[in-house]
Design a protein around this ligand. Structure first.
Ligand SMILES: NC(=O)c1ccc[n+]([C@@H]2O[C@H](COP(=O)([O-])OP(=O)(O)OC[C@H]3O[C@@H](n4cnc5c(N)ncnc54)[C@H](OP(=O)(O)O)[C@@H]3O)[C@@H](O)[C@H]2O)c1
Length: 402
């Protein structure tokens, strides 16, 4: 049986995880023959003869059958993927930013060169959501996908709720434990889950949804009074990514949400991820598990290698009618300092209001475009309260006003 030759780019967290899962697998007839890395003089957990420091020497090796791209530089990753496709060599990658920002072009290139790319590891680590969307759910009419797509922020929020510590201490703990980067901006501002949502939504609805079409904000500005409000009302705050279809229109959002214990998202702790799928025929289905990490993501990459060796790319179903993207009214809790009291006037209807000495809040219906503007103001925070009947918390709240 032919033993396929793999050229690997990157030997960091995921690269090593992939290498280890491949080497302990007895069914996939493939081996890594070259690994491109950046830094010389590093101790590597693999045969030193495999390592090269020149990307082109891997890309131009005609003996290599397929490439696995696992570096942490989206621009370089894009250039590797494009070159590989132009040579008719399939690629597996996990770079969500590169994929989300260039998906349209990458689909065209796959068609042009009749060569596939796969990227399960880019969306929620080990959770096999893309493969399932592409095959099993291809026949389903998906009405919504909601989930927790970012392990670092979920770890931070879990720490805050379970250990009663501040946002700053929780972020520090996430960094010390390797769950958050030293520059955590992409995670805590909600960009990372936006890239994943963009890829997922594009596969579900058959129309490419660029990340710039998705409104997002993160958890980095939340204040103690926002967390206190959640705790007093038996709620948790989760950074939720969601796409919903209604009346042939799509709405997409990444934002902090209040969730009650009746919502499966409430129970997802630490670095774990969850994807809930609402289908017209199947009802609600749930996938949850490790959304990042060396071996879990390495396994997702290995699963893609297996599909590629079977000649299996993604289906990329096409939307018959392009659905407009709409984000209009949402129900939100908005807290603000007194100098931003004008916020109250932006609400179309108000169900609850609190005016305090240090901060105030309003719960009610507001246009998402207005939320997007005011959330940029210092000391204004917004948490979505709607999205699921049980999350319509305002009718349940009995809160004593100061
Ligand atoms: N970490 C996760 O849990 C996770 C989960 C899902 C997806 N991903 C995605 O997977 C990809 C890899 O992430 P990671 O966490 O494994 O990153 P990482 O630990 O930082 O490793 C990056 C690797 O890329 C190599 N590299 C960087 N620039 C290079 C260059 N110019 N030439 C050659 N090699 C270069 C580095 O080489 P040196 O070793 O020499 O520095 C390193 O081996 C990223 O796109 C990430 O978004 C990661």
């Amino acid at each position: 049986m032919k033993k396929y030759k793999i050229g690997l780019f990157g030997f960091g967290c995921v690269g090593q995880g992939f290498f280890e899962t491949l080497n302990s697998n007895t069914e996939i007839s493939a081996e890594v023959v070259k690994i491109a890395v950046r830094q010389k003089n590093q101790v590597r957990k693999a045969d030193a003869k495999l390592f090269v420091y020149d990307i082109d020497s891997v890309l131009n090796d005609d003996d290599i059958d397929l490439f696995v791209e696992l570096i942490d530089d989206p621009d370089l990753a894009l250039s590797i993927v494009k070159t590989a496709l132009s040579k008719g060599k399939p690629v597996v990658t996990a770079n969500k930013k590169m994929l989300a920002e260039n998906l349209e072009e990458l689909i065209e290139l796959q068609n042009k060169y009749k060569t596939p790319i796969r990227y399960e590891g880019a969306v929620c680590g080990s959770i096999p959501i893309l493969k399932n969307i592409d095959t099993y759910y291809n026949s389903e009419k998906i009405e919504s996908i909601k989930g927790i797509f970012n392990g670092s922020t979920n770890y931070i929020l879990s720490k805050i709720f379970n250990e009663n510590i501040s946002y700053e201490s929780a972020l520090k703990s996430a960094q010390e434990n390797g769950f958050a980067e030293s520059d955590p901006t992409l995670d805590v501002e909600g960009h990372d889950p936006k890239y994943k949502l963009s890829i997922l939504a594009s596969h579900i609805f058959g129309q490419v949804i660029h990340p710039s079409q998705i409104i997002n904000w993160g958890i980095n500005k939340l204040q103690k009074h926002d967390f206190d409000f959640a705790k007093e009302n038996d709620l948790k705050i989760k950074l939720v990514a969601k796409v919903e279809e209604a009346d042939n229109e799509l709405s997409l959002l990444v934002a902090p949400h209040f969730v009650s214990k009746y919502n499966p998202l409430y129970h997802i702790e630490d670095e774990n991820n969850i994807v809930t799928i609402e289908g017209a025929y199947s009802g609600q289905q749930i996938l949850s598990g490790k959304g990042a990490g060396s071996l879990p993501t390495g396994l997702a990459v290995l699963s893609d290698v297996r599909e590629i060796l079977k000649g299996q790319g993604y289906n990329y179903k096409k939307s018959l009618v392009l659905k407009p993207i709409k984000n209009d009214l949402v129900e939100a809790y908005v807290s603000f300092s007194l100098k931003h009291s004008f916020v109250t006037e932006l609400f179309q209807s108000i169900t609850e209001r609190y005016v305090g000495k240090d901060y105030s809040y309003v719960i009610g219906q507001i246009k998402i475009s207005q939320l997007q503007t005011i959330i940029k103001l210092k000391s204004v925070n917004a948490i979505i309260t709607s999205g699921n009947k049980i999350e319509n918390i305002t009718s349940k709240i009995s809160y004593s006003y100061a």
